[in-house]
Design a protein around this ligand. Structure first.
Ligand SMILES: C[S@@+](CC[C@H](N)C(=O)[O-])C[C@H]1O[C@@H](n2cnc3c(N)ncnc32)[C@H](O)[C@@H]1O
Length: 282
């Protein structure tokens, strides 16, 4: 039976789940997102023998210390929309301006540290890995620490798997790169092992304490802060700033900015793209 959200009890249920998701992930879900909560959580309810969301809420309330159930709910409520070369311009800026600048500055130590936070199913970190392999052969003898992370265990499993459907590779992946860096497997495409092992995939919730991390030269954290309120955006950006080298760069999503959120960053624009730096622009 589907949930009638107009009833007070059901609205309370919607708000119960919204509060839970906000507390544990920072994702803000207004009442207008009731349909999303319903669509994402009803299948979980069914798995636990609950036929309505109200029933699932009662089930969850009775199991307040069930961490696996909480993870299942948060995982289901994440929006994992992504694609290879998403929005294209940031990757052009990364390839043409930002990475060459960092490579020049790190020529002595020959180390490069990248973090792709909120990496969803892996298209973003693998896009970066392909750009590096394709355009920067001189990095072959460098030490590259490339970490990618997400809050979602199911997305992280997909990242590690490195397997994409035909539909997913059709979204943004140029055919020559598909042929060069993926191998056909069943109905889909698997990323080459040397690219898969280039990236260290970690489960990291941006609003919980982070593991010990190196200082990163380049951080991608795209299309996740849009789901957070201003206070959480600010807190996360401040934490990111502290994990960046002073001359490092930050890439945000097209609809995101540091402007009026954390004024210690400034814009670095090239062509149609903008990223952010803590020091002087290149
Ligand atoms: C829309 S996807 C963005 C994927 C990719 N960065 C891109 O731009 O194509 C947002 C990702 O943020 C993750 N996410 C949401 N809240 C998070 C949190 N508190 N900590 C870490 N990741 C989170 C979700 O699991 C999801 O995979």
């Amino acid at each position: 039976m589907s949930v009638v959200i107009e009833t007070p009890e059901s609205l309370e249920t919607i708000r119960f789940f919204a509060a839970m998701v906000r507390k544990h992930s920072a994702i803000v879900l207004e009442d207008s997102k009731a349909y999303l909560i319903k669509a994402r959580l009803e299948p979980i309810g069914k798995l636990h023998g609950c036929s309505t969301l109200d029933e699932l809420a009662r089930y969850v309330r009775a199991r307040a210390s069930d961490a696996a159930l909480l993870t299942e709910i948060i995982d289901a409520m994440t929006t994992n929309e992504t694609s290879f070369f998403r929005d294209l311009h940031p990757f052009t800026q990364f390839k043409d301006t930002i990475l060459p600048a960092i490579i020049e500055r790190r020529a002595q130590q020959k180390t490069l540290r990248l973090w792709c936070a909120a990496s969803s199913s892996g298209q973003e970190p693998y896009t970066l890995a392909m750009i590096i392999r394709e355009n920067f052969p001189k990095l072959a003898d460098w030490k590259i620490d490339f970490m990618a992370s997400d809050i979602s265990p199911s997305m992280l499993a997909r990242c590690k798997e490195g397997f994409y459907s035909q539909l997913e590779v059709n979204r943004g992946l140029p055919a020559p790169m598909m042929v060069k860096y993926f191998k056909r497997e069943g109905g889909g495409w698997r990323i080459r092992d040397d690219l898969r092992t280039m990236v260290d995939f970690r489960l990291i919730n941006l609003i919980q304490p982070w593991p010990l991390m190196p200082m990163f030269d380049i951080v991608f954290i795209r299309n996740v802060l849009i789901y957070f309120d201003m206070a959480e955006k600010r807190t996360v950006l401040q934490k990111i700033r502290k994990t960046m080298t002073p001359d490092g760069y930050l890439f945000l999503g097209t609809a995101e900015t540091t402007f009026n959120v954390d004024e210690s960053f400034h814009r670095v624009s090239a062509g149609n793209a903008t990223c952010y730096a803590l020091t002087k622009p290149v």
